[in-house]
Design a protein around this ligand. Structure first.
Ligand SMILES: Nc1ncnc2c1ncn2[C@@H]1O[C@H](COP(=O)(O)OP(=O)(O)OP(=O)(O)O)[C@@H](O)[C@H]1O
Ligand SMILES: [Mg+2]
Length: 244
């Protein structure tokens, strides 16, 4: 397996989508605890990767490493950005934040939405942070919210929405900047199974169906079975995943 393919424009083979994101030899320690013990993973455009494994096996740590939220102690995370191939560890904090904002979207279990803001303002936030005009950002937010079945709720604050509705807002926000990779950490964990399935429909429709990649931590085998690939972690290592 190599991250070099990120540099070339051609996919590996006729059936392969382009590699977008590559983790190589990623090792993360928290004091005496080794959370990741050298993980290799390539994520391609249009692919949905479910990360599974027992509690404490390193799933969130892997997600956060690939997302540039934490910096691995060893190894590299390489991303094909709009400006070219970048190794996240080689960037300044400001440059890494800019890459996160432009290239990535995030959906977490608790949504990490801002409760004081309306649904539309939350969705518009990444566009405003990227320097967009407020009227344009709100118009795009309204469009995304309508696409996700939330027409009429644009002006509601997050606390006035159900869990499933709030997750749709989080998905709309993750889509606002047309991110290449959307990261989700147990996005359906707090939802009943029917709502979870609907939220997953929306998440897949907004990512893989549009050629974008989805990297999702889940404990739910039903959710994972709808992804194109399942990666299982145990004690900070990948077990029984096809290496690519
Ligand atoms: N900030 C931290 N400080 C110290 N140890 C940490 C920290 N974050 C995670 N760990 C440890 O690293 C290991 C991996 O944690 P991680 O959060 O990645 O697990 P996880 O697979 O996401 O678990 P869960 O399913 O419970 O969310 C665990 O042993 C955990 O206790
Ligand atoms: Mg976790």
């Amino acid at each position: 397996m190599s991250c070099d393919t990120l540099s070339s424009t051609a996919p590996d083979g006729p059936d392969q989508k382009e590699p977008r994101l590559c983790a190589r030899g990623v090792r993360v320690r928290y004091g005496g605890t080794v959370a990741l013990e050298g993980v290799d993973l390539i994520v391609r455009d249009g692919e949905s990767v479910a990360i599974m494994g027992p509690s404490g096996s390193g799933k969130s740590t892997l997600l956060h490493s690939m997302a540039g939220i934490i910096s691995p102690d060893e190894g590299t995370v390489t991303l094909r950005t709009r400006e070219g191939v970048r190794e996240l560890g080689g960037l300044s904090d400001a440059a890494r934040s800019a890459v996160r904002l432009r290239e990535y979207g995030f959906v977490f279990q608790q949504g990490m939405l801002i409760p004081e803001l309306t649904a539309a303002e939350n969705v518009a936030m990444p566009l405003l942070l990227a320097g967009g005009r407020k009227s344009v950002a709100i118009a795009r937010a309204d469009l995304l919210l309508r696409e996700l079945g939330l027409a009429g709720l644009e002006g509601r604050r997050i606390g006035q929405l159900s869990g499933g509705q709030a997750q749709r807002v989080a998905i709309a926000r993750a889509r606002a900047t047309d991110a290449h990779v959307v990261f989700a950490d147990e996005p359906t964990g707090a939802l009943d199974s029917r709502t979870a399935s609907e939220v997953l429909d929306v998440l897949l429709a907004g990512t893989t169906a549009q050629g974008r990649a989805l990297v999702m931590v889940t404990h739910d085998e039903d959710v994972a079975s709808r992804c194109s690939r399942v990666v299982r972690l145990k004690d900070g290592r990948i077990v029984d995943s096809p290496t690519r």
